[in-house]
Design a protein around this ligand. Sequence first.
Ligand code: HSE
Length: 473
Amino acid sequence: MNTRSAPAPADPAARRDVEAGPIQVGLLGIGTVGRGTFEVLRRNQDEIRRRAGRGIAITMVADLDAARARAIVGDHARVVADAREVIANPAIEIVVELIGGYGIARQLVLEAIAAGKHVVTANKALLAVHGTEIFQAARDQGVIVAFEAAVAGGIPIIKALREGLTANRIGWIAGIINGTTNFILSEMRSKGLDFATALAQAQALGYAEADPTFDIEGVDAAHKATIMSAIAFGVPMQFDRAHVEGIAALQAADIRYAEQLGYRIKLLGITKRRDDLRSAANPAGGIELRVHPTLIPATRLIANVEGAMNAVVVHGDAVGTTLYYGKGAGAEPTASAVIADLVDITRLASADPDHRVPHLAFQPGELQDTPILPIDEVVTSFYLRLQVADEKGVLARITGILADNDISIDAVLQRPGTEGDGLGAPAAGEGKTDLIILTHDTVEGRMNAALAQMQALPTVLAPIVRIRKEELN
Ligand code: HSE
């Protein structure tokens, strides 16, 4: 009888699996993304093991709805109600946080780090607000916090910014990073719907949450823009300095006028380096960080990103402009990003922490305190719509105010007016007209001064609509 044990497998992945078994993962929360992660990991386990160098298995799941969790994982993983049981299990090397929010999720992530676990999270709100504290805790413990799924779901934008574009001095990023609002804006444009009707459709189709506040007010996009800004420019997360505007006030008339002028309106997350502000006294310059409805030329690829899709444009000095497009939410697209992080950690877990990719792309000691600029100092061009009395000299007075404030006009359009249905029916009553003005770039503070002067004219009959415009050259 041959008593020799079987020879060790030749390939290192199989060898590590035999020696140590698959790396064990604990899931905190098994809702849509958790289920997707569990299913994709099982479906593609062989390919994933060949890439990671070791199998990856979710062996423990914590969820308050234990019955639902068991229905998903069967007998492949132990289900518990208490997340702390997962964190306390010494066999679990990676904790995946899919609870969301700043509350208990922050506590559990910090506890998992303190217990020496690597963490994967899709929680953009948590990182944008508490990222500095979390990354410091992770460095102190020598563990990885990975967050590809936190920005633009399945699009590997964190990987691109942190690694693929690492040669570049990044100039700016502009992204459609909230699918719910992009769906609403697409419906408003293509079907001429007003905001409330398009939102109701988004909710009926399951795109928008029952409480869609974070989406429509731009907060979700601002969380994601904050994370990209930190990675692009090597600054700490500063969500509290972001300027945030949503889409609830957008009117169908402006979407239509924008289209007539060759533009589309998208909710963009924008972050931009302002080297023009650098001087001996201010060597750091400044950074713009803002989310707001934005006119962009209809000919740009990103202007044609419709429905719930996401897209991010990044400009680097060496590479030029690059575009990343895909699904920003959903079970398997987001699982794709979560599992990419699991593979990264599996490959790097045994590496010296100093040899890993830094959380924010720049070495921790190399982060800078470049200020995030107040919105008054942002430079952009504008779309203005003024409802005015159709009288002699009105246009001259308005253009005079813009000139007095050193604001240059790019284009002017005069139309009969949009009162009533907001869809282009002539205004009720005679003697009113809509003036649409596109400007060249100006400092926002200057535009605010001009707007106050224009609004005070007796011939300006309604609140002026002001939407920022970006050419994305
Ligand atoms: N609610 C987000 C969106 C998805 O609509 O894009 C997750 O970030």
